[in-house]
Design a protein around this ligand. Structure first.
Ligand code: SF4
Length: 366
């Protein structure tokens, strides 16, 4: 096994912004109070009206449904312009430089643009979520609410704010990030995504997101069509990863007073090995090693749980073969990754799927 692999991480894996500041208002950046220094590090005030207009003709993800979500129309993902959050809580099972010991301040958003048949968070990711079984669906979360949730997580000790599947709510999330920074949020922002992203939407996060935690699910278009209903996934994810790495640069870390070492900038690319798909996984690792090498961190996941319809997808209705996983890890050793995280063999356990019952939620009746 390579020396630089960490074995054993647990699975899982404003515009009051302007606040009177202007570029020439201060003699010295270092003389500013800390919260105002944070403000200067983030993009200039923006037109939130234009931002929220993006819901009116939605092309926030590659599905480009062009529905008017502000008028209540729903696209492929099933999300309206009302933001729904299933859980906002400390999470301890991401990669070590994300969770650390104190936990990652993870915010799980409802719905998803991908709809993978093997999704472990299917309770909250499907277009149709049962409001009787998921009371949090009856809560509408505004940008102000979301910003307060971020600040609450930080005060609970979160090492970062970890936005899980936020793409469909990008206008509100971007607004909330500006609000939270203007109110003193200091921890890094992690954007946790399935990798099916447009470059245009990612650019709305430029300067706001510090760490991308992105899946690279499929290299093969037929597999992407069968398992994620997105035959264009391979083409899309390659461009998206280029944009993410361009935004974050190479991995950077900070040693905290608590003794934890946390990633402050960079891109972690995850691949979840599926049963019988070792060859595709090796092609993904080869691409990442050749294209990015030490500019990214790679995370090879063995936590696949066969939650699929076994009649329809018999070929992936079993656990991953440990020999396939070991071969994938050996393959990764051929490349110059900055770090490569691997998982224990007991990671595939439904006990690691979070409880989605609206923890940490702030909002008003929907
Ligand atoms: S975010 Fe949802 S509604 Fe918008 S383009 Fe994507 S799938 Fe369609």
């Amino acid at each position: 096994m390579c020396d630089d692999m960490y074995d054993g991480f647990e699975p899982y894996g404003t515009n009051d912004f302007d606040a009177g500041l202007s570029d020439d208002a201060f003699e010295s950046y270092d003389e500013l109070p800390l919260d105002q220094r944070i403000l200067q590090d983030y993009p200039a005030p923006f037109d939130t009206g234009a931002l929220y207009d993006l819901y009116s003709d939605c092309a926030l993800c590659p599905r480009a449904c062009h529905v008017n979500r502000n008028a209540g129309e729903l696209g492929y993902c099933g999300a309206s312009a009302k933001v729904h959050v299933a859980r906002a809580a400390l999470h301890y099972w991401e990669e070590p430089p994300i969770s650390g010991d104190s936990g990652s301040g993870t915010v799980f958003f409802a719905h998803c643009q991908l709809q993978c048949v093997y999704c472990q968070n299917a309770q909250i990711s499907r277009p149709h979520i049962d409001p009787e079984k998921n009371a949090w669906l009856k809560v509408n979360v505004s940008a102000q609410d979301l910003a307060q949730m971020f600040l609450n997580l930080e005060s609970e000790g979160a090492n970062n704010i970890n936005l899980v599947s936020a793409t469909q709510y990008t206008p509100t999330v971007v607004d909330a990030l500006h609000i939270a920074r203007s109110r003193g949020l200091k921890v890094p922002i992690v954007y946790n995504t399935g990798g099916y992203e447009t470059v245009e939407t990612l650019r709305l996060y430029n300067g706001l997101v510090d760490v991308y935690l992105a899946d690279f699910k499929h290299y093969n278009s037929d597999a992407a069509k069968r398992y994620a209903h997105a035959p264009d996934y391979p083409r899309v994810v390659l461009k998206a990863l280029d944009e993410m790495v361009a935004q974050t640069g190479a991995p950077e870390y900070e040693d905290l007073a608590t003794g934890e070492t946390i990633m402050t900038h960079g891109t972690i690319v995850r691949h979840l090995l599926l049963p019988g798909r070792g060859d595709e996984a090796e092609r993904i690792v080869s691409y990442l090693g050749t294209e990015f090498g030490s500019r990214i961190v790679v995370s090879l996941m063995s936590q696949y749980i066969p939650l699929v319809n076994s009649d329809k997808y018999p070929e992936i209705s079993m656990p991953v073969d440990s020999v396939d996983y070991d071969n994938l890890v050996d393959h990764a050793c051929l490349f110059d990754f900055d770090e490569c995280f691997i998982q224990d063999s007991d990671s595939a356990d439904t006990g690691y799927i979070p409880d989605f019952s609206g923890q940490g939620l702030i909002g008003s009746p929907s």
